[in-house]
Design a protein around this ligand. Structure first.
Ligand SMILES: Nc1ncnc2c1ncn2[C@@H]1O[C@H](COP(=O)(O)OP(=O)(O)OP(=O)(O)O)[C@@H](O)[C@H]1O
Length: 283
């Protein structure tokens, strides 16, 4: 599918399927199209080409599809004059099927978020926690989260990621969450969708993607030379004597010639975006 704003494509030739019951990471630079993709998936935007389906239903035109969906937008919009308690009650009225108020109440209680204060007077992080608690209380089959942890402190981020894994384990929820915090994603996500300049640059199970990429360090590679076991070179840097390659492999690489290293999710993403990870720069 694709989505255009005026003449510019915000998302183009985007074809992807999410595995059910998994946590998928949606990553990409600012303006890559992540929010656009999430808004298309939840039916808030209409694709200009192609179509979006959620469990086989059109989220834009089939209201029944919405019962399966939970969405927390990037700016966590909530009615500012309502307290968390009131929003939880409202959530229950609007979502008669499957709503579990105790999930939200317990979460907010545990996190020490005041539930009797208008949410407009909470901090940004506290407001995000309220929005996330409401989304979890809905117990949706598909939970879409646009940078849900951006406003949270590191401890709260860690706790939230654990809660997401809990929801997936307990209810079989499918999650798609966008974030720039690759280290957080690496711990919990089993699927990756990488957007770059409005297109899907890379998508697949994280384990498979990491298993299919390696960093090779060895003697300077002559220009244009092929390396057995390497399907493609994603990124290369050279000194006079040494070459460092981040590659996609398609067989064993000669370890007597190359030092072969596993890579992290951050290395993978940054290589596909054409830059170096901080760890590589430090090395
Ligand atoms: N309402 C809009 N009108 C016009 N252009 C838009 C609109 N919303 C988004 N765009 C453009 O579409 C492209 C994709 O934007 P989108 O918000 O989906 O990116 P993103 O990956 O979520 O970015 P970020 O990481 O900064 O949140 C950008 O070029 C953006 O300028």
């Amino acid at each position: 599918m694709g989505k255009r704003y005026g003449r510019s494509w915000a998302l183009r030739d985007c074809s992807l399927e999410l595995p059910a019951g998994r946590i998928a990471a949606l990553v990409g630079p600012n303006g890559a199209g992540k929010s656009t993709l999430l808004h298309l998936a939840v039916g808030l935007l209409q694709p200009d080409t192609g179509w979006a389906r959620v469990f086989g239903r059109d989220p834009r035109h089939d209201r029944a599809a919405l019962a399966d969906l939970g969405f927390v937008a990037q700016d966590t919009p909530l009615y500012p004059d309502f307290t968390a308690t009131e929003l939880i009650t409202m959530g229950g009225r609007l979502n008669r099927r499957g709503w579990d108020a105790a999930i939200a109440r317990d979460r907010l209680g545990r996190l020490g978020i005041p539930s009797d204060k208008p949410v407009g007077r909470l901090s940004g992080g506290q407001r995000a926690q309220v929005a996330l608690a409401l989304a979890l209380a809905k117990r949706p089959r598909l939970l879409l989260l646009d940078e849900p942890v951006a406003a949270l402190d590191p401890l709260a981020r860690h706790e939230f990621m654990q809660a997401l894994m809990g929801a997936v384990g307990e209810y079989g929820t499918t999650v798609l969450l966008s974030s720039h915090l690759l280290a957080d994603l690496e711990r919990v996500c089993d699927h990756l969708v990488l957007l770059h300049t409005s297109r899907v640059q890379l998508a697949g199970p994280v384990e498979e993607l990491l298993a299919g990429h390696r960093r090779l360090i060895g003697p300077r590679l002559p220009d244009g030379a092929a390396v057995p076991g390497v399907a493609s070179v994603i990124r290369a840097s050279h000194t006079e004597r040494q070459s460092t390659l981040l590659v996609r492999t398609d067989g064993p690489v000669d370890e007597s010639h190359w030092a072969v290293h596993e890579i992290t999710l951050e290395d993978l993403v940054l290589a596909h975006l054409g830059t170096h990870s901080p760890a590589e720069v430090a090395a």
